[in-house]
Design a protein around this ligand. Structure first.
Ligand SMILES: Nc1ncnc2c1ncn2[C@@H]1O[C@H](COP(=O)(O)OP(=O)(O)O)[C@@H](O)[C@H]1O
Ligand SMILES: [Mg+2]
Length: 335
């Protein structure tokens, strides 16, 4: 259970000595539909594990709280969609396919799968992805059920262990550099050199020298592009660099590890400082009773397209109706 970040965050905000802004751990009692509490901003670090909290946060959001991260988007999102979006916005990602769960979901029968070709075109899939490959849950985290696979036998053995999990199969990026990047408020970016092959406590110590300014700029731009499209206020993006090209590996981390023991003192201080800044900015912008959530450009563009389509349909309908109305009027006068 994470403790170091939330406590340091509360302390940091309160040390700012702002007249109208205080931070505290959220305390939940009776939750009534459509009735929020008085929080301008809530930073959510746990609702991925507690569905009750997710429901509480949606209720708080519709009542005006700026919930970080947007609980609606977080409920909708998963890693395979993230990758599809990266492809569409031009951020490099490893070749990836999604696989049906090895076991049928509970309460389904064979007939629930009449839309699925059986057997799948495994040869085509392996040819596309190649080996070595990674297989991981499409909605997972914390390195749980992440497999590195060297061949087909490895694959089928691992796949048979995955039960009802929906897995992605992904090309391995054999990297010369790896970064884990914090992105807060869609603008504060911290690029941390990371060595995932080291034991846990040494992962933030890379033996590589400093990365070039050009590479860091590219990583920074991709991180912002992804977080803006997805609409995350608080996220980490992992990038593996192959032949100078950063590939986004893991960027669906709305409650990213910020523990001082894993990220180290300097990174921890940065996260506490910038999370506090972001939260205060959001509290100052918050408008009571309104939607104060961040919606990414994926959702916003979708809504805007829908609205402009509706407007143009309405104006077409109006212009079609007009001559009709005139005709009727004319007919009437003739009579
Ligand atoms: N396609 C890949 N190529 C190279 N390494 C990978 C790839 N996918 C995952 N990894 C390694 O496995 C680790 C865990 O996978 P990741 O996608 O980050 O899952 P999680 O969300 O569980 O952290 C990564 O930090 C990275 O070291
Ligand atoms: Mg990861």
């Amino acid at each position: 259970m994470e403790r170091s970040f939330p406590e340091a965050f509360v302390e940091r905000v309160n040390k700012m000595g702002l007249k109208d802004i205080q931070a505290e751990p959220v305390l939940i009692d009776m939750v009534q539909q459509g009735v929020g509490d008085d929080y301008a901003v809530i930073i959510d670090r746990i609702s991925q594990d507690v569905p009750f909290y997710r429901a509480y946060l949606k209720n708080a959001a519709i009542s005006g709280t700026a919930v970080i991260n947007n609980p609606f988007w977080w409920s909708a999102d998963e890693k395979f969609f993230n990758n599809a979006l990266a492809v569409k916005i031009g951020v490099p990602v490893p070749k990836t396919v999604i696989l049906p769960s090895h076991e049928r979901p509970t309460d389904t029968s064979d007939s629930s799968f009449s839309n699925l070709k059986f057997p799948l075109s495994w040869e085509k899939i392996f040819e596309h992805i190649g080996f070595p490959a990674y297989m991981k849950p499409h909605a997972g985290g914390g390195w749980k059920s992440v497999y590195k696979l060297n061949n087909m036998d490895d694959f089928f053995k691992a796949y048979s262990e995955t039960g009802q999990l929906v897995m992605m199969l992904q090309e391995e990026i054999i990297f010369e550099d790896y970064f884990r990047c914090y992105c807060l408020g869609g603008k504060y970016v911290r690029i941390m050199q990371y060595e995932p092959r080291n034991p846990h406590h040494l992962r933030y110590q890379s033996n590589n020298g400093p990365a070039s300014a050009k590479l860091l700029k590219q990583v920074n731009d991709y991180v912002l592009q992804l977080c803006h499209s997805l609409g995350y206020d608080f996220n980490t993006v992992e990038m593996a660099v192959r032949n100078g090209i950063p590939y986004a590996i893991d960027f669906c981390n709305p409650a990213p590890d910020a523990d001082i023991k894993s990220v180290g003192q300097e990174n921890f201080d940065w996260v506490v400082e910038h999370a506090s800044k972001m939260a205060v900015e959001r509290a100052q912008m918050q408008k009571p009773g309104q939607d104060n959530l961040t919606w990414g450009t994926f959702v916003r563009d979708g809504v805007a397209n829908f609205e402009s389509h509706n407007t143009s349909m309405a104006s077409k309908a109006e212009s079609k109706e007009k001559p009709k109305a005139e005709k009727t009027a004319k007919t009437k006068t003739k009579k």
